[in-house]
Design a protein around this ligand. Structure first.
Ligand SMILES: [Zn+2]
Length: 183
């Protein structure tokens, strides 16, 4: 990775939000993502209960954002993606990565997102007992492989109410995310 490491700090013996023991290690890292800006990477790992959480926070852009990008070539695999734990990643007709307490934040590229989706589908396929659903999962994996090779086009949408996510490419269509208020 050509990513330049700027600063890294470790804080040991922090209280764990899950088991409440002082066995948590908090790591803070500052990194520069080209055409996006400075990003803080947080990582928490508990040695006692194995709780793990990672997230990203941009120093600038803060408004709710929606990014749309069409994956159409092998070259697109290298497109940088910043995904916060509050982001919803949608690959229509393929998969959705949902936000929530178990969701992680990271800096990756399109290929990294696709390999996470692949892992998700493979894990679901292993659990599946129904033959029809197993077959469906197999077809999705085949589709994924074609997308990776640039043989099939795929839209990717990232919605982030925190504004901490991005798809960094000239082809990306960025718009303001309309946050739905629950009534
Ligand atoms: Zn713990």
């Amino acid at each position: 990775m050509p990513e330049e490491k700027l600063k890294e700090e470790d804080f040991e013996h922090q209280p764990c939000p899950l088991c409440h023991e002082k066995t948590l290690i908090l790591t803070e890292r500052e990194t520069e993502v080209p055409y996006f800006g400075k990003v803080y990477l947080f990582s928490m790992t508990c040695n006692n209960c194995k709780y793990h959480k990672a997230d990203v926070e941009a120093t600038e852009q803060k408004e709710p954002v929606k990014y749309e990008f069409e994956i159409s070539s092998e070259e697109d695999m290298k497109v940088r993606v910043v995904k916060s734990s509050e982001a919803t990643v949608k690959l229509p007709h393929l998969a959705t990565i949902t936000p929530g307490p178990a969701s992680q934040g990271y800096v990756t590229n399109i290929e990294g997102i696709l390999s996470r989706v692949k892992y998700q589908i493979e894990a679901a396929k292993e659990m599946e007992e129904d033959e029809e659903d197993k077959k469906k999962a197999k077809n999705l994996l085949k589709k994924l492989l074609n997308i990776t090779w640039g043989k099939e086009k795929q839209k990717i949408i990232i919605e982030d109410p925190s504004g901490n996510s991005a798809i960094i490419s000239d082809k990306t269509v960025k718009s303001v995310l309309k946050v739905r208020v629950e009534k």
